[in-house]
Ligand binder design. Structure first.
Ligand code: NDP
Length: 286
């Protein structure tokens, strides 16, 4: 007789808005291939004022874990029991693991990007990096770059209020050897000795697909590796400019797939098939 077990095993993502988040497509493709038939990835729109109830709900439903996206990555922290070192340094969580009511928060955005860089033969150790933007993704990337031994890191961001600028500088000075903060006013010229240039802003993200960060693309050199975080569309005008300048480049798709793969491993204890996840994403976005 067949096993009679119809209990769903739940994970998912909470955000607001969240309808265009492709996590479900990637994760459920992996669960299918892994034979995890009862696993479901729910995409749940949670308003900021409902966040605490949502966390209670995830415990009540016995969900194995959840991803957090904008605007919950920071505000969810007070409701968690334990944080990873990266999440503590970054001050933001994108992955929660629920072990019988004990909620552990980690941040896999930066780790996903590091893995994608390594897949492209780029080791950040001893390199000079320029990061455009200073939001959640940029902070995660900067912390992981520094933990991976990046020699020199420059964060370029629009002028902000002093408190925000100070908190970023303080964060970087705790983990980086040579952190620098540049106020992004006018067109930014990339220093010629930059090894890795990363766009960590939403500039170029659907639907604003023709937008490009305000940098002098003539200062991009063939010696640079240019990385974008934008997953949709994969090839942005920024990456096209890098290609035209003869630089090596990489889309934000690898970061997305790798951070989802890390999440799955944290929840299931097993490594998913990343090639299959990438095919599922390409199909969904085509
Ligand atoms: P945040 O809103 O936290 O930060 C955005 C940053 O970009 C801020 O520093 C902001 O500057 C800057 N910025 C926005 N617009 C402009 C502009 N026109 N000119 C200059 N700077 C600008 O967002 P996140 O960091 O969470 O996300 C950023 C991007 O990363 C998103 O597009 C998201 O899709 C992508 N992402 C991709 C992932 C992947 O796996 N591929 C994972 C996570 C995020 P200011 O402080 O002045 O507002």
């Amino acid at each position: 007789m067949k096993e009679q077990n119809y209990l769903d095993v739940l994970v998912g993502v909470i955000g607001h808005p969240v309808a265009e988040n492709p996590g479900k497509v990637i994760q459920e493709a992996a669960f299918g291939e892994m034979g995890l038939k009862r696993w479901q990835y729910l995409t749940i729109d949670v308003k900021p004022e409902d966040l605490e109830d949502a966390v209670r709900g995830l415990k009540a439903f016995g969900m194995r874990g959840i991803n957090c996206t904008i605007p919950h990555k920071i505000k969810v922290i007070p409701f968690l029991d334990e944080l990873s070192e990266a999440a503590r340094l970054i001050g933001a969580v994108n992955t929660i693991v629920n072990t019988e009511g004990h909620l552990y928060g980690d941040n896999t955005d930066g780790k996903g990007l590091m893995e994608s860089l390594r897949e492209n033969g780029v080791d950040p150790k001893g390199k000079k990096a320029v990061v455009l933007g200073a939001g959640g993704a940029a902070r995660a990337i900067c912390v992981e770059l520094c933990l991976a031994g990046t020699e020199d890191i420059t964060v370029v961001n629009r002028p902000q209020d002093r408190a925000l600028g100070d908190s970023l500088t303080e964060l970087l000075s705790r983990v980086c050897r040579n952190p620098r903060y540049v106020s992004w006013e006018g067109t930014y010229r990339i220093p010629g000795d930059t090894d890795i240039l990363i766009n960590a802003t939403p500039i170029g993200l659907y639907p604003d697909v023709d937008a490009i960060p305000n940098v002098d693309v003539g200062t991009i050199l063939p010696s640079m590796f240019v990385q974008d975080v934008i997953p949709n569309p994969a090839v942005t005008p920024f990456l096209r400019a890098a290609q035209a300048r003869g630089a090596k480049w990489n889309t934000g798709t690898g970061m997305l797939i790798n951070q989802a793969a890390i999440n799955i491993q944290m929840w299931t204890g097993r490594k998913p098939d990343k090639a299959l996840m990438r095919r599922a994403l390409d199909e969904a976005l085509s």
